[in-house]
Design a protein around this ligand. Sequence first.
Ligand code: PHE
Length: 343
Amino acid sequence: MIDKIKEIARDAEKKIANAENIEELNKLQLLYLSKKSTLMSFMSEMKNLVGEERAKFGQLINSVKQDITKRIEEKKKILEAKALEEKLKKEVIDISLPGYNYQKGTKHLFQRVVDEVSDIFIGMGYQIAEGKEVEEDHFNFELLNVPKDHPARDMQDSFFIDETKLLRSQTSPVQAHVMLEKNGKGPIKIISPGKVYRRDDDATHSHQFGQIEGLVIDEHVSMSDLLGTLELFVKKMFGEKREIRMRPSYFPFTEPSVEVDISCFECGGKGCPLCKHTGWIEILGAGMVHPNVLKMCGFDEKKYQGFAFGIGIERVAMLRYGVDDIRRFYTNDMRFNEQFHKE
Ligand code: PHE
């Protein structure tokens, strides 16, 4: 029996060494170590032995079993490493192949101007407020001091959705929303860029265009704060040499109201086709927030004052980048869009 066990040990050593893959090895494991294997069946013979012989026999079977187990484990590691190596060889990636050449996009000029203007005002401590494009008449007009049937409504031919809702004709309703949210407590210092809609269509007007609203409310805010703020904005946006002037104007929600011009950057103020030979270019509307608006939006008009302004996004973009027709912003002609690469 002892010889038989030694023979099994030799046989196992050889077969394990020759195993070529994991499946073969698993079969050998069953063959030599499972309960039904010859080696294990010898265990039941032990009961027929006694004393020292029995101990020796038991030790022999155990050591053979341990030896086979160890050999199988070692071989398993070798085979697994080999399998991994083969898999890696098969899956080699050719990194010398050139990649696809994707077309790089550019920021649209509209968005670029929004970002530039926003950066300037953020630098002055303003926060960005968001508004909605479908607005209530109440916010778009009434809270801005334009009651129903007021003639000032004629200044903005609007797209109504039903009796009470419209596509906002200006970003000014954001003023009312922000003031009401603040519950009569200043200060407020926001800008709000977004799209607005009016029934208007020609080379310089579109039924959809962009505005950036600005609103500052605090105690002791004056017209000279408005002037200083706009002067800084204009110099940053159009160059240090630009000057601004204010002309009296009318908006229902500001009093006094002004139209702001900048000295023409094309001719420096001498007069040219761009400034229609006046030396000045109109860029925005502004004014001191009307006491009625402050009151309707929950602010004590005796304690608080404020100024507001509305900048036309396309207008600034057209002046700054020499765009001749507002429709170029919306027709998605890539030859136009790609001209404004920043790098
Ligand atoms: N909302 C005005 C317009 O669209 C512009 C404006 C904004 C004027 C804020 C004064 C103050 O014409």
